[in-house]
Design a protein around this ligand. Structure first.
Ligand code: ATP
Length: 392
């Protein structure tokens, strides 16, 4: 797996939730309400639940917050419940049980008018097939969402032109969707969603139909827009590399449940169970783990000199700095030395083993494996995408 993860942002710490979801269920099938209400049925494995009740629990007792300004990725294999979960947020699918709020307002209590307002102004969905209007120009397609909102013609054309430029389509305003490539059409859809200035953008696998190069371009575009605008985004994907690249936090789903919710670094560095461990086993750890995790405390034997590196720099960047300098790097935050990254600890992160702090063990002693069982790196059948051997 090749990952082009830029230096990570510091983790989002703002507690402000935009969406707040608690105990959410969506059950498809006859008399769905009885499933969450009955402790015995609620805990049946999916196949048994289907056999006994004819129901599928697409979302099972899920709770999470989406924080202001973060990219929150919902990730999982096909059928794990990602689309159902995200559609429940704006009630494009009606939840069976649980609570959802946006900025503290109860979404399940909203009437039709309020729901329409929610979907048009506050939480716009960007679909895989953008549904562009074929007979309208690029500019008019982008202006369409504003037209629905009742914005006047000259203002909406002005705003649309601004967003056409923002997604890199300047000069193509007069073309029709049929005269654009797949990637350009995606950009039009993105501009249309951005133009209505929603508080949250919900992306449903928007790039999965694109070829890999255009896909990478679009991922970079989303990263850039997010950096420039700080807009809250919920992003569905089944692609682990995409999740790690875009997500501030990732909710990893399996059979309707969130099996782990955390930063990419938490998920790769500290998988919650064997399923997650298997999922992330081929991730190039040095591109996800940061100096914050790899550093050891400063010791009295450390030299006063050496390169300085930020805590959120990736281990890959630290390896380069340490290799160039030929000595450990100091992890600096606001002029303060938080610790040191040396070649031993950096290698420990890459190998997936934890190395005790300098001075706490005899020289030459072996590093301590993270798990009791030896770390296995041989081929297996992971549930997620495979890495190419040369990329690992
Ligand atoms: N309308 C429906 N009626 C019955 N079952 C449904 C319905 N919609 C979804 N499901 C089932 O709910 C489960 C979750 O589906 P969902 O589409 O949310 O998964 P997903 O993770 O988004 O999958 P994909 O990546 O393939 O889109 C699946 O088992 C699916 O078959």
């Amino acid at each position: 797996m090749t990952l082009t993860v830029p230096t990570r942002k510091p983790p989002t710490t703002a507690a402000d939730p935009v969406f707040s979801v608690s105990g959410l269920w969506k059950v498809f099938g006859p008399k769905p309400e009885r499933i969450p209400a009955d402790p015995e049925l609620a805990t049946l494995p999916p196949a048994e639940l289907r056999a006994r009740t004819g129901c599928t629990a697409a979302v099972r007792d899920v709770s999470f917050d989406v924080r202001k300004g973060e990219v929150f990725v919902v990730m999982g294999l096909s059928g794990s419940g990602k689309s159902t979960l995200v559609r429940c947020l704006t009630r494009l699918i009606e939840p069976t049980a649980g609570t959802i709020s946006i900025d503290g307002e109860d979404v399940r209590a909203m009437d039709r008018g309020r729901l329409r307002e929610l979907r048009r102004h506050r939480a716009a969905m960007v679909f895989q097939h953008f549904g562009l209007l074929p007979h309208r120009t690029v500019l008019d397609n982008v202006a369409y969402g504003l037209e629905i909102q009742g914005v006047g013609r000259s203002e909406r054309r002005e705003r649309a032109a601004e967003f056409v430029a923002k997604v890199g389509l300047e000069g193509m305003e007069k073309r029709r969707p049929g005269q654009l490539s797949g990637g350009q059409r995606q950009r039009v859809g993105l501009a249309r969603a951005l133009a209505v200035d929603p508080e949250v953008l919900l992306f449903d696998e928007p790039f999965s139909a694109l070829d890999p190069l255009i896909r990478r371009d679009m991922q970079d575009e989303v990263t850039r827009l997010h950096r420039e605008e700080g807009r809250t985004m919920v992003f569905i994907t089944h692609d682990l590399a995409e999740a790690l690249k875009l997500g501030d936090r990732i909710a990893l789903m399996r059979d309707g449940q969130v099996v782990q919710l955390g930063t990419p670094e938490e998920i790769v560095g500290n998988p919650a169970d064997d399923y997650v461990r298997e999922f992330v086993r081929d991730v190039p750890r040095e591109q996800v783990m940061t100096c914050r995790t790899a550093m050891r405390p400063l010791s009295s034997q450390d030299a006063e000199t050496g390169p300085a590196i930020r805590p959120e720099a990736t281990v890959a960047e630290a390896i380069e700095a340490v290799a160039r300098a030929g000595q450990p790097a100091r992890v600096m935050d606001d002029g303060r030395c938080m610790g040191v990254v040396d070649h031993e600890h950096l290698l420990g992160v890459v190998a997936g083993v934890s190395v005790p702090p300098a001075g706490s063990r005899a020289a030459g002693a072996a590093p301590v494996p993270e798990e009791a069982a030896p770390v296995q790196r041989g081929p297996a059948t992971p549930p997620g995408p495979r890495a190419t051997p040369e990329a690992v």
